[in-house]
Structures are given as C-alpha cells and as structure tokens.
Ligand binder design. Structure first.
Ligand SMILES: C[S@@+](CC[C@H](N)C(=O)[O-])C[C@H]1O[C@@H](n2cnc3c(N)ncnc32)[C@H](O)[C@@H]1O
Length: 281
C-alpha cells in the first residue's frame, strides 16, 4: 500500500479521516451481511469472541442490565450484538453516516440504543451518563493520535468499579508488510508522533471505491497502549494475544474459524491481536 510520514495537525487529520469513513459506510452496509441480524439470536463473531473474554470479569458474568458505551461503533453490528447480550447500549462514532446506518440496523433488529456523534477524544464532554462497561474493538486506536487523551475519556465515562475492554490489531502485526510474500517488517512499531499518511481507494471489505482515499493513522506500541490506560488510573485485569483476525490483513492470510490467520507454519511467529481488560477502582 502507498504510505508516507506526515506532519499534520489532529483537526486536519481527523477531518480527512472522517470523509474517508463517511465514504465507507454504504460499501460496508452491503458487505457486513446485515441480513443476518434479522435473526434475533444473531451476534457478530467479534462480539461472540469478546464476550467469552469479558464475561468472567462482569458481575454475574453477563452484560445483562449493564450500561455500556461502545466507542467507534461504526455501523452498529457489534453494538446491536452487545445489546442482544443484555447491555443497555450507547454507540459513539464521529461519522454521521455510520450512526444513521447503525440506528437503521438497530430499528430493524428491534434493539434499543442511543447513538452519539462525536470525536472519541471528546467523548466525555458529549456523551450523557456514566457506564458500567466501556467497549471498543477491531480497528480503533490507530485512528487516534493521543492515547492519553483517549484513556482519560474512558476513565471519565466509567463508573467506579466499571470495566474497560479492548481487542484490536496487534501493533507488531501493523509493522509487517501486507504485500510481501514473506513476513517482513516494513512500518514502524514505535510511533514518533507523526502520522502515517495512506492513499488507498479500497476499504477492507466489499466492492467499490472511495471518493476520499486519504487517511492518517498513528502507530501505538503495546507499551503506549497499556501505559496510557495505567497512567489514567485503570487497573489491569487481563491481557492476552491472539493468532486470528476478523479481517484479511494480507492476501497471504488463510480463512480459519472466526476469521483469518497466517499460513499454519507462521502462526506462532507473530501475534494478530491483543486484548486488554481493565477496571476503574
Ligand atoms: C473499523 S471501524 C471499528 C468498528 C468495528 N470494529 C466494526 O467493524 O464495525 C472504525 C470506526 O472508527 C470511527 N472513527 C475513526 N476515528 C474516529 C474518531 N476520532 N472519533 C470517533 N470515531 C472515529 C470510524 O468512523 C469507524 O466507524
């Protein structure tokens, strides 16, 4: 893919990213398999996987009756799934088209949800109420420049005793060359504050091209991710690394139950995801 380093301010980067995410919504509404949510028992694979990890840390090992804030909820497939698992859900995203699609999906699925349009880095100022669970997963924090500001939102959204959950692409995975015929390092693992500027007219699922192909992302090493949460005052309950991904990071990945993985001989060489569960005491 076409990537360069860019000195760009947050506001300009965020506006550029927002245009790109707006363009992706109609393509994802086709590609995400929304008809499956007509079955009232259907949960997304992402939420099924995440619930198995999260449940042991919840009161009664269930989301039933808990207030949950879903950061970067996109078109709501995971938010609807979290509601079906019993949570009272608020979905947060900066893309009005994504939230419109999410509210249509929730209505069609017969699920109650609140949708809030905001930059996740301003979420505490804009979202009403406090939460037992703050959840975010798969394709989230590389879109953010400042993880200390992100972690401060999470702590401020949580009630005392509340639980934070994230599962996302592993920063070691993101350092690999997605186009190489072998596992080859290409991009920085450690960030230096500058953004990676990408120009890609395609999105990660579905057909069609994007009118706004430019995006900005920031590499965040594990030390920065965990450090930001600990500095904000959260207590680490659980940390894990996984060998499968819900999207095809590289064309060399093979389909496996629950998503995609490197060819078998390479699966122990590099992690695909990390999971963090932490608590506000
Ligand atoms: C890959 S999706 C993650 C959602 C989920 N894993 C899914 O596939 O449905 C990333 C989402 O982050 C949102 N996003 C990106 N930057 C954001 C920001 N600064 N504030 C709020 N939302 C943001 C995008 O609009 C998009 O909906």
């Amino acid at each position: 893919m076409n990537e360069t380093n860019a000195e760009i301010g947050w506001e300009e980067a965020r506006a550029t990213n927002r245009e790109n995410w707006e363009d992706r919504v109609p393509l994802h509404e086709v590609a995400y398999g929304l008809d499956a949510y007509d079955d009232p028992a259907h949960l997304s694979d992402v939420v099924r996987t995440d619930l198995a990890a999260l449940a042991p840390f919840l009161p009664s090992e269930s989301l039933a009756g808990l207030d949950l804030c879903h950061l970067q909820c996109h078109i709501g497939t995971d938010t609807v799934s979290l509601a079906r698992a019993g949570a009272i859900v608020t979905g947060v995203d900066f893309s009005p088209s994504a939230l419109h699609a999410a509210s249509k999906l929730a209505e069609r699925a017969g699920v109650d949800a609140t949708w809030v349009e905001t930059d996740v880095l301003d979420a505490r100022r804009v979202v009403t109420g406090d939460f037992d669970v703050v959840y975010t997963s798969i394709g989230t924090i590389t879109w953010l420049d400042d993880l200390d500001r992100w972690a401060a939102q999470i702590v401020a959204l949580l009630r005392p005793g509340g639980t934070f959950f994230i599962r996302d692409g592993h920063p070691q995975l993101y350092a690999l060359d997605e186009d190489s015929p072998t596992l080859t390092l290409r991009y920085p693992y450690f960030g230096d504050g500058t953004a990676q500027q990408w120009d890609d007219e395609y999105t990660y699922v579905g057909d069609g091209t994007l009118a706004h192909p430019r995006t900005y992302e920031w590499p965040h090493p594990l030390s920065e991710i965990l450090g930001s949460l600990l500095r904000a005052g959260l207590r680490l309950l659980h940390f894990d690394e996984g060998k499968t991904l819900p999207w095809r990071f590289s064309q060399r990945m093979i389909e496996v139950p629950g998503g995609f993985a490197w060819p078998e001989a390479e699966q122990n060489l590099v992690p695909c995801t990390y999971t963090i569960i932490a608590r506000r005491d």
